[in-house]
Write a protein that binds this ligand. Structure first.
Ligand SMILES: [Fe+2]
Length: 184
């Protein structure tokens, strides 16, 4: 999975991508879970989820009911990097729980330690922009990939963004499908 992701990112030829890959390799991107308790809460869950979103988004763009002219590299960047905000974000903690024999023991679990408290989609965009230049379509797609799970005060803005950049809506759909159809 790690090699596949790195090859895809390199194939975009985006200036700065090598530095971004180096950052990802130094970080826990390939080890992190995708959440603490919900989808993909296991080691490597984030990388697996990111790859899935990329694959689904590629399909969606290909089969889109409207005419989309999306560069191949944008699908790679959006799909694989939309959740980069989750890098260095989860840590393992321990709580006491009784095991099957009724004996107390320490059980590991994921908890959140957000050292860059800048949000979610907007944090991914900010982090990526430190390494590579994003097109507006990429920025909007990553910023609004959480769609209508954002606070309802943002719905009107999200609607406008989806009209302006249909790829952003497809990204939200791909994220939902990857989460509910494939993550365990
Ligand atoms: Fe996300």
């Amino acid at each position: 999975m790690e090699n596949q992701i790195i090859e895809l990112l390199k194939s975009t030829n985006r200036p700065g991508i090598e530095n971004l890959i180096a950052f990802m390799q130094k970080s826990d991107f390939f080890k992190a879970p995708a959440s603490t308790r919900f989808h993909g809460c296991f080691e490597g869950g984030l990388a697996e989820h990111s790859m899935k979103v990329y694959e689904i988004l590629k399909q969606k763009v290909k089969n889109s009911v409207i005419n989309l002219n999306v560069p191949k590299e944008s699908i790679i960047i959006i799909g694989i990097l939309h959740d980069i905000c989750k890098v260095n974000y989860y840590k393992v903690d321990y709580r006491n729980a009784k095991n099957a024999l009724g004996v107390w023991e320490k059980v590991p679990y994921y908890t959140v330690e957000d050292t860059i408290p800048y949000g979610h989609g907007e944090k991914s965009v900010m982090m990526l922009c430190e390494y590579i230049k994003l097109t507006n379509e990429e920025k909007y797609s990553i910023r609004w990939h959480m769609g209508y799970t954002e606070p309802k005060e943002l719905y009107a803005t999200i609607g406008e963004a989806y009209k302006k950049y249909p790829l952003a809506l497809l990204t939200h759909e791909a994220d939902l499908e990857a989460t509910y159809f494939f993550d365990i």
